[in-house]
Design a protein around this ligand. Structure first.
Ligand code: BGC
Length: 367
């Protein structure tokens, strides 16, 4: 998997270069909160911890820079850590943030169910805990959740898969295979459920066929969101189930796995099926422009980080942060007050317009 920083990403996209763009915005509605509870809750130059997971996609790499820059600009002291070594490293990092006196701890969990002890300590120390992008599970000690609407991401992927196949071949039935993300990431099941809410009725009425029979989340998962795991599973499916039968589409939960699936198909010498994705990764945006990967999802990381920082500023000022969802994210112990942003589907049709205002990808132009 290729990971590049903001500058590299911008340079890579600039290299594809040149077309005119139309603005394309996103609206976030129905917000509540922002009320004052009186006085500063903690000093403006306080330490703010940001515990990020492994660098399993470009969005996490970008988040690191954005958190460092944004928190510093707001006057805070950022402590941003990646846990490339896994869950225990992330646990240690959160403990260290508490020891250093962090007033807010923002967590993008590797495994949202494995941080209970550290989150309890965070609460006891008086810190506020914000789940970032991925929900924190089985704990009362998470105050807010800020993320793109994960179920909607899955729905958009399911719809794109159907539309892409229909555009290539107006009449079904279609043969598809299903891939899901890593089972320790709370988002993975939500993405899958969102996609299945669209695909399952079509499987039931015979429009879609999953010839491998692997239709459950457990059968579809990709441990660690690792490209090599998706590629290996695709190799096996192609060599077995699809040695003669055509494969029309693949539900892929993100861009990294989409490219692994496409690599496998190419190596097998088969035509590329309709493959979905998510994250607007540089190589996938190029692939969409070249007509290989069918779709991605735009979840602008700068907007997500910006909102997380807005929450920190509100907390510092003694205000209740804005939320716009108080029912969707039950972590088994509580419904976590959430601020959800709207994901946007991107195909060849809108790839040149969607990123016009994107700080990393935009503006991209056609040659
Ligand atoms: C994020 C996705 C990302 C995946 C792998 C998920 O939790 O929401 O955007 O593709 O993790 O890094």
């Amino acid at each position: 998997m290729r990971l590049i920083g903001k500058a590299g990403k911008a340079a890579a996209i600039a290299a594809i270069a040149a077309l005119a763009l139309t603005a394309c915005g996103r609206t976030d509605t129905g917000t509540t909160g922002g009320s004052t509870t009186g006085g500063e809750a903690f000093p403006k130059d306080s330490l703010i911890g940001v515990a990020l997971p492994q660098k399993t996609s470009e969005n996490w790499v970008l988040a690191e820079t954005l958190f460092n820059d944004g928190l510093t600009a707001a006057g805070f002291k950022p402590d941003v850590q990646f846990a490339n070594g896994g869950v225990s490293e992330q646990q240690n990092q959160i403990s260290a943030m508490i020891t250093k006196g962090a007033k807010v701890i923002i967590v993008g969990a590797i495994d949202g169910a494995q941080l209970g002890t550290q989150l309890q300590q965070a609460k006891e120390s008086g810190a506020t805990v914000i789940a970032y992008d991925r929900l924190l599970l089985n704990t009362a000690n998470v105050d807010y959740y800020v993320a793109y609407d994960n179920f909607k991401v899955g729905e958009l992927q399911g719809q794109a898969l159907l539309e892409g196949m229909k555009a290539k071949k107006p009449e079904g039935p279609y043969n598809i295979e299903l891939f899901a993300g890593s089972p320790d990431d709370a988002n993975a099941k939500v993405f899958f459920d969102g996609a299945m809410s669209v695909l399952k009725p079509k499987m039931d009425d015979g429009t879609l066929k999953v010839l491998s029979g692997q239709t459950t989340f457990e059968q579809a998962v990709t441990q660690g969101w690792k490209a090599e795991n998706a590629q290996r599973r695709m190799d096996t499916l192609l060599a077995g189930t699809y040695s003669t039968a055509p494969l029309d589409g693949v539900l892929s939960p993100n861009d990294t796995l989409a490219r692994a699936i496409i690599t496998s198909v190419k190596a097998a010498g088969k035509p590329i099926p309709v493959v979905t994705g998510q994250d607007s990764e540089v190589e996938s945006v190029k692939s969409i422009m070249a007509g290989e990967q069918y779709s991605t999802i735009n979840k602008d990381t700068s907007k997500l980080v910006e909102h997380a920082i807005t929450m920190v500023k509100d907390l510092q000022a003694g205000k209740t942060p804005e939320i716009n969802d108080d029912k969707s994210y039950n972590n088994t112990v509580k419904v976590v007050p959430a601020y959800l942003l709207e994901p946007v589907i991107v195909t060849q049709e809108n790839v040149y317009t969607e990123y016009v205002n994107d700080p990393v990808l935009g503006p991209i132009t056609k040659q």
